[in-house]
Design a binder for this molecule. Structure first.
Ligand code: ZN
Ligand code: ZN
Length: 679
């Protein structure tokens, strides 16, 4: 029996999840997995957060957090979002975990041993103050194309042009603002050219791939593959396991796909079946399906198969890569920096997850970019989920409770048109299954709603309220047929609207079922003891207007999520913990502004036994002359820190409001003396 290992692209752990992510791969992957499970295939659904790379270290520095704190925070935010939307992976791991570091290093070493890696020297910016090589995003300067300031080492946001190696004018280290030098560094490259022919044969053999994926991949190969750097100078990531390269890490695009395997290993290890992962990656009966967005195609169709071929350990190559295109919002490209996005945690404050699942399933960018609009969201909820799907189920149930005391008779004497109606529904169930297996989720979603549409028509055409007076026997038949349709909807809806489907199945007392069972399932004979709430309510114009107005307007969700990260948990400390901090009184003997900074003052202070220099962020609130002669309280045993290139040997105590708009230094009074301890 074929088993399926399904992965969804590892989301990058530097922000929460938005609907572009959902539409790009997580929702189609989840629909596919839910369906395949109902078809009784053996499925393993793998994901995890992508936790390395420069954007994470930059974010950590901005937030004054460690990279680990940043990724741990977003790992949880993302996992919660997925679960709230019914997307539950068998394992949601993270690439900063030990199991992955070890696994990725082994991949590197095997490729090295098998002769697929080469070393090359290149020139790169190096900051002598920070004592580190600066990745592109750590360098800022003037754009050589348009002259704009604030261009990054790799790109200018003002003119959008890429910036070639080292061509930035007046480059500055983003961290300390000093001018970097250019220094030689050595890196490992993956020799993609050595896989050229094998890759072409491999992709040619995948006749079932989507056109967009296949053409894009072959186009890439046709241009001729070149070696590609897989290491970089950074201290956050998987360390390069080679002597002399301890200061370097694996490039994030190299280690991330290996994360699928690490996550599978972790999953089976936790289940106590440590060896089991191998079957899911190497047994020829396993089909590996990678769901991802189009920006990720070549990494999975060209580079990832090269890595798997190169280690030469019998790995299956990806069976399919059903990549989607992009989802736009209200006619514009989604942009997180401009907050032209809809964040899942924000969405959930007002709406149930199934509405968005359904609407996105109906408009997935399967073959070309598509557009999400709030008006369409409202129309599909009101006109389809509420008026067709919800209406049919709720009215059938209400009718049976009201006119038939909640009783349903299992009937065998169906008339021809009743049978035809049911057969038409069963055909649609079959069709939906086929569409999902071909990743044509939009068509599948349409057929799903069409079952409800046909059912509504059937109900209306039979006029059961007339039958209730004239033909009780046939009324029983019609109600039975309608309930059969309710059963079908509650099962077939599981991949699309799992929460609502489960609610209806609970009402029907249907526990488990398989896709092939659906047409044989019977409704309960009595529903008088249970209640079914209205499944979907209409959304008014005002609510939709509010959502539209949020677009591009309130970056609050993002900041909100960062804020949670900023608010450290109020951990209690013991008195001994507190005593570790040496607080003493010091007298300010000199004060001056720090050059090119409007916030910082450099203070020379006297602690009685010694004099020190500290840097304090109080220049907006105090003039240097205000402070000379004053007695302040400082932390004496703080590790020295470098601020704007100046060493600070201590920290003064000050009170401030939340936004640091009002900062007041805590002065010690006249009776105190330098060197007095505080505590
Ligand atoms: Zn420019
Ligand atoms: Zn620097």
């Amino acid at each position: 029996m074929t088993r399926y290992l399904v992965t969804a692209a590892l989301p990058y752990a530097n922000g929460p999840i938005h609907i572009g992510h959902l539409a790009g791969c997580y929702l189609p992957a989840d629909i596919f997995v839910r369906f395949m499970r109902l078809k009784k295939y053996d499925v393993c659904f793998i994901c995890g957060s992508d936790e390395h790379g420069v954007p994470i270290t930059i974010k950590a520095e901005e937030l004054k957090k460690t990279p680990q704190e940043v990724v741990d925070h977003y790992h949880k935010v993302m996992k919660d979002s997925f679960e709230s939307f019914g997307i539950v992976f068998d394992n949601f791991s993270g690439t900063s975990r030990k199991i992955h570091h070890k696994n990725a290093q082994q991949f590197f070493l095997k490729l090295y041993k098998n002769g697929y890696l080469s070393k090359r020297k290149e020139k790169q910016y190096y900051c002598e103050t920070c004592k580190r090589f600066l990745p592109d995003r750590y360098v800022e300067g003037i754009c050589p194309h348009c002259g704009a300031e604030g261009a990054r080492g790799d790109q200018c946001d003002a003119c959008g042009k890429p910036i070639d190696d080292l061509s930035l004018i007046e480059p500055k280290c983003k961290i300390c603002h000093s001018t970097p030098i250019v220094k030689e560094t050595e890196h490992f490259y993956l020799d993609l050219d050595k896989f050229q022919d094998r890759l072409k044969d491999y992709i040619d053999s995948r006749t079932w791939w989507k056109d967009n994926v296949k053409e894009f991949s072959l186009g890439w190969i046709k241009e001729g593959l070149k070696p590609r750097a897989i290491t970089r100078d950074l201290d956050w990531g998987v360390k390069v396991p080679i002597d002399g390269f301890e200061q370097k890490v694996l490039y994030v695009w190299f280690d991330a796909p290996i994360g699928y395997i690490s996550s599978t290993m972790e999953y089976f290890k936790e289940k106590g079946k440590e060896e089991e992962w191998e079957r899911w990656w190497k047994d020829p009966d396993t089909k590996i399906v990678h769901f991802l967005g189009k920006d990720n195609i070549v990494f999975h169709s060209v580079i990832w198969p090269s890595i798997l071929m190169g280690v030469d350990e019998g790995y299956n190559l990806p069976y399919d890569i059903p990549a989607d295109e992009y989802l736009n919002i209200e006619g514009k490209k989604l942009s997180t920096s401009k907050n032209w996005a809809i964040w899942l945690d924000d969405y959930l404050k007002k709406f149930q997850p199934d509405i968005l699942r359904y609407v996105l399933s109906s408009i997935l960018p399967e073959n070309k970019d598509t557009d999400f609009s709030w008006t369409e969201f409202q129309n599909r909820n009101n006109g389809e989920l509420a008026d067709i799907y919800g209406n049919f189920i709720n009215r059938t149930v209400q009718f049976i409770l009201k006119y038939n005391e909640g009783k349903i008779k299992i009937k065998n004497d169906l008339k021809k048109d009743d049978q035809e109606f049911l057969q038409n529904i069963y055909d649609k169930v079959e069709k939906i299954g086929n569409y999902i297996q071909e990743y044509q989720i939009r068509k599948a979603t349409y057929e799903f709603m069409d079952i409800a549409r046909e059912s509504n028509k059937y109900f209306a055409s039979k006029e059961p309220w007339v039958l209730a007076k004239k033909d009780k026997n046939y009324l029983d038949t019609v109600l039975y047929v309608c309930m059969k349709a309710v059963v079908v909807l509650s099962c077939v809806g599981d991949p699309f609207i799992p929460f609502t489907s489960k609610k209806v199945r609970d009402f029907l007392k249907l526990n488990s079922f398989t896709w092939d069972d659906i047409k044989f399932l019977q409704p309960p004979e009595d529903i008088s003891d249970k209640k079914l709430d209205i499944l979907f309510t209409k959304i008014d114009d005002k609510t939709i207007e509010e959502e539209k107005n949020k677009l591009g307007n309130l970056p609050k969700t993002l900041i909100g999520s960062n804020k949670n990260l900023d608010e450290k948990k109020a951990e209690s400390v013991t008195i001994n913990d507190f005593k570790k901090i040496q607080l003493v009184v010091a007298r300010v003997i000199q004060a001056e502004k720090v050059e090119k900074s409007d916030k910082l003052l450099k203070l020379k202070i006297d602690l009685k036994d010694e004099q020190r220099e500290i840097v304090a962020g109080v220049a907006l609130f105090y003039k240097p002359e205000d402070l000379v002669g004053k007695k302040i309280i400082v932390v004496k045993n703080l590790e020295p820190a470098t601020i704007r290139g100046i060493k600070s040997y201590g920290m003064l105590l000050a009170a401030s409001d939340k936004d640091k708009k009002r900062v007041r230094i805590l002065f010690a009074d006249d009776q105190t003396e330098e060197g007095d301890t505080v505590g």
